[in-house]
Design a binder for this molecule. Structure first.
Ligand SMILES: Cc1ncc(COP(=O)(O)O)c(C=O)c1O
Length: 336
């Protein structure tokens, strides 16, 4: 059991795998367990979940720095980005990063857009040549951070900027309200169950409601039967029906995360990651994710019981709020 930033976590020692699955604060896991208990005893009612959906949506908006009215809910990043891909003109030219997580690129490829892959550090310089850029703010495979200032400048010249913050929101101190679209999943750095995801859309853009259902209605509980189509105004028209239990957990974890000192969170996570890098003779990188490429790294970590993930030929280690200097030392002992 660990205490961190005012919450308790049932996280084991040397769990450095938040980039795969984040561990919930106890009270978030308890809320989900209570909802499961209500479900199994017939005490749950559909409308009970409206409040958690609204609470989590508002907290996510705060974390990303956008007004809540611009935020749609979904279940997966790929689902939300499919809606974004559908909103681009046919055969748009879309710039992506080589080695990008496929939930970011495939929705655009599957829609028939023309994708160009360049190394991540070339994205900012090339962006203005394209109709759109779709990129993770923090790369899943190795934690590298895209040049957000360059993307913002490209946007001013007309390129649509689509960001995935699944590996960023929860530790990276950045306001992203300027981007055309920001998509994010709940189950990593936001320490919530899988099944909740959010999409922020810039007010200058109005993607069509590709997946419209009852939850996208103006009055949700008056939208369950019959025509005509009566969609909500704004981003809520892009809502898909909530995975209820996921939002119950997110409604506890996200308000707590959104209320923390963002700079302190950022400093904690990147401080630990850069301490690991220093111990391995690597330059600081200012990311909470470290890719260790030394021979045998993954085998050594496995043997020592340090939990990370093998990704793209490296051992990936991730540092969140519940991690400590002792976790860094254990990883260093395994690796050196
Ligand atoms: C950058 C990034 N985006 C998205 C996802 C998940 O995508 P989806 O919600 O489509 O499964 C992950 C999961 O590892 C990820 O690392």
């Amino acid at each position: 059991m660990r205490n961190a930033f005012g919450r308790r976590f049932d996280v084991p020692d040397t769990y450095l795998n938040t980039a795969s699955i984040g561990i919930p604060p106890d009270d978030a896991a308890d809320a989900v367990a209570d909802a499961v208990r209500a479900w199994r005893t017939g005490a749950g009612r559909p409308a009970d979940f409206d409040a958690p959906v609204a609470t989590a949506r508002a907290a996510w908006a705060r974390l990303v720095g956008v007004p809540v009215g611009r935020v749609a809910i979904g279940a997966t990043v790929s689902g939300l980005l499919s809606t974004v891909a559908a909103a681009l003109p046919p055969r748009s030219r879309v710039l992506v990063a080589a080695g990008e997580f496929t939930s970011v690129t495939w929705p655009f490829a599957a829609r028939g857009h023309e994708l160009t892959e360049v190394p991540l550090d070339g994205i900012g310089a090339r962006a203005a040549e394209f109709d759109a850029v779709a990129v993770s703010v923090v790369q899943s495979a190795d934690g590298r951070i895209v040049d957000l200032d360059a993307l913002r400048a490209a946007r001013a010249s007309g390129t649509r900027v689509v960001l995935d913050t699944t590996q960023a929101t929860g530790w990276l101190d950045a306001d992203l309200g300027w981007a055309d679209a920001v998509a994010c999943g709940a189950y990593k750095w936001l320490l919530s169950p899988r099944g909740a995801a959010w999409l922020a859309v810039h007010p200058g853009w109005d993607p069509p409601a590709e997946q419209a259902g009852w939850f996208a209605g103006e009055q949700v509980w008056d939208s369950v039967y019959g025509l005509p189509l009566r969609l909500a105004a704004g981003a809520r028209s892009l809502d898909t029906s909530p995975a209820w239990l996921s939002h119950v957990g997110a409604a506890v974890a996200l308000p707590w995360l959104a209320g923390l000192d963002r700079a302190a969170v950022h400093a904690h996570c990147t401080g630990l990651a850069d301490a690991l890098r220093a111990g391995l003779g690597m330059e600081p990188a200012g990311s909470a994710i470290v890719a260790v490429r030394t021979p045998d790294a993954q085998r050594r970590l496995d043997a020592a019981g340090v939990v990370g993930a093998a990704r793209a030929g490296a051992a990936r280690l991730a540092f969140h709020l519940y991690n400590t200097r002792a976790d860094v030392d254990a990883a260093l002992e395994a690796l050196t």
